[in-house]
Design a protein around this ligand. Structure first.
Ligand SMILES: *[C@@H]1O[C@H](CO)[C@@H](O)[C@H](O)[C@H]1NC(C)=O
Ligand SMILES: *[C@@H]1O[C@H](CO)[C@@H](O)[C@H](O)[C@H]1NC(C)=O
Ligand SMILES: *[C@@H]1O[C@H](CO)[C@@H](O)[C@H](O)[C@H]1NC(C)=O
Ligand SMILES: *[C@@H]1O[C@H](CO)[C@@H](O)[C@H](O)[C@H]1NC(C)=O
Ligand SMILES: *[C@@H]1O[C@H](CO)[C@@H](O)[C@H](O)[C@H]1NC(C)=O
Ligand SMILES: *[C@@H]1O[C@H](CO)[C@@H](O)[C@H](O)[C@H]1NC(C)=O
Ligand SMILES: *[C@@H]1O[C@H](CO)[C@@H](O)[C@H](O)[C@H]1NC(C)=O
Ligand SMILES: *[C@@H]1O[C@H](CO)[C@@H](O)[C@H](O)[C@H]1NC(C)=O
Ligand SMILES: *[C@@H]1O[C@H](CO)[C@@H](O)[C@H](O)[C@H]1NC(C)=O
Ligand SMILES: *[C@@H]1O[C@H](CO)[C@@H](O)[C@H](O)[C@H]1NC(C)=O
Length: 799
């Protein structure tokens, strides 16, 4: 009987056979820096361990680096350095100071010379390259122990294989967390902890209290529950002196105190911030050759953490857990984009690895909100919206609108209880704002693309009120060392200056408000629409740089500008207290997507704007530091940081120049992106860089806060993209092998002469269809209407 004689079985096989696209995911892409192989210098800070899409648990190794110069192990992992343990909570692709690295275990084969309070005495080198694929991670330590692990949403499973003649220990250090090598003022601290074990030592549970990190959060608890599949011979709980952050070099030796008791606490006062460090040392019999442990995490209680194990890990076998993770990634993320064009494995790896990294954050903590009871979804680890609003959140709106809506509902819920939506948030705490209240952009982008429909469950009355809080309420000053002039926690710290003096980020934020106000609060529409043009207050029409006239420039309160100011210089660090944040004024001078018409006029018209765009891509012109992302090339356009994201595609606004956007798109992706470990030009920024690349590969780029996408040129002969919940957007090409330039386009079967499409074009009917005829000629095909400038308003200020 052939396999398919039983029709029903064959049918079942057909419908369940989701192709396994995880084979194209390499979790190590973005863990090393360009020009710095084998190190994390200028790397993407990608988390390569095991995780589910938006999973709470990101289970992986924590390491030191052999050289900490310009390195912080933001995701726990560095390619070089020693392993100090495995831990359950991580971020992916972030900069700033490391956050998390909690809920620790470290397998040891001896305790000779080990001080359980000092990771330098037990850390291990790796004897082969770590192995990672979706849902699986493996590391082989110098002590001969191999650790293999997998993760579910709130739990993880790990298998330790011990060498034959070694002793068998598991060390648990509740005070383990990711230290910061570079940003001491935002370092994390262990504050307190509690651990209790079962009488036979097969289980333990408890919590750690931690503070600090990128958001400078106050003390917060992380609960854990863990169990072993074997019974230890011996369990010793221990405590030791708090590590004083103010005297890190103290040479006084305080040996740990061991106890046979069944529980240990850092300090009886639950929120006491200088409690003793605590942990446990488990000793297993030599008959145990492989030891397994299941570990659950919760922000509510250790009982919840135990329940997560029960519900998500009903097995001691790693294989089904790995398979379930792969299945979920295929279903929820990877199969959303498919192609029959399988000629180029490199491109497929770039595509699917990027999609993977775009869905690691934020963390879906629904049901795990420690601060208030809510029926709404709860997300944490917005790290940061400043990075992701430009094109990552737009990807979710198009391909996963329910997920995008859940994220927005959680932002609004944070406003409901904490008065401000975050621009960045981790550890259940808002902070730090980098410029703009960019949740406004995320909400407006979703609103104008149909997430106003009741089925998405977003209360837009409250959503708009949350946006209005950003636009109207001055957040209290946090007197942050990096910027003592206003709040860096949330909201718009420079709001009072905005109305009289202008900025550029708040312009887009106010445009975002106007787009939602149009329906929700029509009386506010003109106000925010007018305010969105405020960038013109700092447009200096007489300012000259590299042959071009007219730039943004910060002004003193008396309305004058610094005579030494140059738009090619963003200050010493290009950080909070500097001229511009992580980008040159040259770059920021392009960031008015809602009124390109006025901007191009200010720049002297389309022809000058074109030469000026060309100047963005001349190598060698960028001379000074540009803050984060520095090291990625020498053009003013900075592929490694977000302010430059939209710039290569602005040729679409000039008419008959779309071919130049295609040229830039190809140039930048070819030069800076690959499937190598150094395959992204800097910090991933929670997947923001990867999302930028994916849009390039697809041949579209979203104009955030407008239901508009610019047309580029796809890299695949065909793509099917799941959009709007249950429809398929079909992107097909002919002539791809002849060249990347658009010769002709049809959209939904109609001839097309515009370099842009609307959201409706992509989702109409059963989904949109775009067919590109490609070739080598730089055709001036885009003769139709220019992409819209819906915020067009010239305030007629001529500085
Ligand atoms: C390892 O120990 C050093 C020195 O005490 C400490 O600074 C660091 O935070 C520890 N690392 C981890 C991951 O606990
Ligand atoms: C600790 O020691 C390091 C290395 O010797 C030194 O650079 C640093 O300034 C010292 N820190 C303090 C607070 O003494
Ligand atoms: C596959 O794509 C990569 C990335 O664009 C490119 O560098 C490589 O030349 C391509 N390989 C083939 C065989 O076309
Ligand atoms: C939306 O929020 C407003 C203000 O809190 C409330 O009055 C209204 O009932 C909510 N709408 C829905 C559909 O829940
Ligand atoms: C908006 O701007 C227009 C033109 O610049 C002006 O006439 C109008 O009074 C402004 N309205 C508000 C509400 O600011
Ligand atoms: C500026 O103009 C000079 C003289 O025409 C030219 O040589 C130079 O390339 C221009 N620089 C840029 C950045 O366009
Ligand atoms: C404006 O303020 C700046 C900075 O305080 C000062 O250097 C400058 O002299 C002032 N200019 C005028 C015209 O008052
Ligand atoms: C597709 O989604 C739309 C909007 O959510 C819904 O109205 C429609 O019933 C769905 N169709 C199918 C076939 O699921
Ligand atoms: C583009 O294709 C359309 C429809 O197939 C056709 O009518 C039109 O002439 C073509 N335009 C060019 C410039 O080839
Ligand atoms: C662009 O296409 C539209 C719709 O087919 C047509 O009305 C218009 O005349 C075209 N524009 C040019 C400049 O050919």
């Amino acid at each position: 009987m052939s396999m398919c004689t039983v029709w029903l079985l064959c049918f079942a096989r057909l419908v369940t056979a989701t192709p396994d696209l995880t084979k194209y995911v390499n979790p190590f892409i973005g863990t090393e820096g360009q020009g710095n192989p084998g190190t994390a210098i200028n790397g993407g800070n990608i988390f390569p361990g095991a995780a589910m899409p938006f999973g709470v648990v990101k289970f992986g190794v924590d390491t030191t680096a052999f050289d900490w110069t310009n390195v912080d192990a933001d995701a726990g992992y560095t390619p070089d350095g020693y392993v100090t343990g495995l831990s359950m909570l991580h971020e992916s692709g972030t900069g700033g100071a490391p956050t998390y690295g909690f809920v620790h275990q470290m397998p040891l084969s001896t305790i000779e010379g080990v001080n359980v309070l000092d990771n330098f005495t037990y850390m291990q080198e790796r004897t082969s390259l770590d192995v990672a694929n979706v849902g699986y991670y493996r590391t082989e330590l110098a002590n001969g122990i191999i650790a293999e692990l997998s993760a579910t949403d709130h739990a993880g499973i790990v298998q330790y294989s011990y060498p034959k003649n070694a002793e068998r220990y598991i060390l648990v250090d509740v005070s383990h967390m990711l230290p910061s090598s570079g940003e001491a003022q935002h370092s994390q601290f262990y504050s307190n902890g509690f651990l209790a074990r079962s009488p036979d030592g097969t289980k333990y549970q408890g919590y750690g209290v931690y503070r600090g990190g990128f958001s400078s959060r106050p003390d917060g608890r992380v609960y854990f529950c863990a169990e072993f599949d074997n019974t230890p011979d011996q369990v010793q709980l221990f405590s030791g002196q708090y590590t004083d952050p103010y005297w890190p070099n103290s040479t006084e030796f305080h040996p740990p105190v061991f106890t046979k008791a069944e529980s240990i606490i850092g300090n009886q006062q639950p929120q006491y911030g200088f409690a003793k460090r605590i942990g446990a040392l488990f000793t297993f019999p030599s008959s145990v050759s492989t030891l397994k442990s299941r570990i659950g995490v919760s922000f509510i209680s250790s009982d919840n953490a135990c329940q997560h194990i029960e519900q998500e890990l009903p097995t001691w076998d790693l294989q089904p857990v790995i398979a379930a993770a792969k299945e979920q990634w295929n279903k929820e993320v990877l199969s959303k984009v498919t192609t029959t064009d399988s000629n180029n494995n490199t491109l497929l790896e770039m595509l699917y690895s990027s999609l993977y990294k775009m869905h690691l954050m934020p963390s879906d903590r629904t049901g795990e909100n420690p601060n208030w009871e809510t029926e709404e979804p709860t997300y944490d680890d917005f790290y940061t919206l400043w990075d992701t609003f430009r094109c990552l959140n737009s990807y979710l709106v198009l391909t996963a609108p329910k997920r995008a809506a859940g994220i927005i509902r959680s932002l609004i819920d944070i406003w409901r209880y904490e008065f401000f939506m975050p621009d960045a948030r981790s550890g259940n705490y808002n902070g730090r704002v980098q410029g703009g209240s960019n949740a406004d952009n995320v909400l407006a982008d979703a609103y104008v693309k149909g997430l106003s429909a009741p089925e998405y469950g977003i209360n837009w009355t409250e959503g708009y009120a949350a946006m209005k809080t950003n636009a109207e309420k001055v957040p209290y000053n946090t007197f942050d060392a990096g910027d003592p002039t206003g709040s860096v926690k949330e909201g718009r710290g420079a709001l009072p200056d905005w109305l009289s003096l202008g900025t550029v980020e708040y312009g887009l934020n106010d445009f975002a408000l106007s787009q939602v106000a149009k329906d929700i609060a029509p009386q506010d529409y003109v106000k925010y629409f007018n305010r969105s043009a405020g960038w013109q207050r700092i447009w200096q029409h007489d300012l000259v740089s590299l042959n071009f006239t007219g730039f943004l420039a910060p002004l003193y309160a008396n309305g004058t500008r610094d005579p030494t100011y140059s738009p090619l210089n963003c200050g010493v660090w290009c950080s909070w207290s500097d001229v511009t944040y992580e980008g040159l004024p040259w770059e920021y001078s392009w960031t008015v997507p809602y009124d390109m018409e006025t901007l191009i006029t200010f720049m002297g018209g389309p022809s000058t704007a074109e030469t000026r765009l060309d100047a963005m891509f001349i190598p060698g012109i960028q001379s000074g530091g540009v803050g984060a992302g520095n090291g990625a090339g020498t053009t003013i356009f900075n592929p490694g940081n977000e302010p430059s994201f939209g710039t290569p595609f602005l040729y679409n606004y000039l008419g008959k120049k779309q071919w130049k956007s295609v040229m830039r798109s190809r140039e930048v992706v070819n030069q800076y992106y690959s499937n190598g470990r150094d395959g992204i030009p800097g910090n991933s920024d929670a997947g923001a860089l990867e999302s930028w690349m994916v849009w390039n590969l697809v041949g579209l780029y979203p104009v955030v806060t407008q239901p508009v996408y610019l047309l580029l040129s796809p890299w695949f002969s065909d793509l099917s993209i799941s959009v709007d919940g249950n429809k398929t957007l079909q992107i097909t090409t002919s002539g791809l092998k002849d060249g990347p330039y658009v010769q002709n386009v049809t959209v939904n079967g109609k001839p097309w002469n515009k370099s842009w499409v609307t959201h409706e074009d992509l989702i109409s009917g059963n989904g949109g269809r775009i067919h590109f005829v490609l070739g080598s000629s730089q055709m001036e095909w885009d003769v139709g209407d220019l992409p819209p400038s819906p915020g067009h308003l010239d305030l007629a200020i001529r500085n």
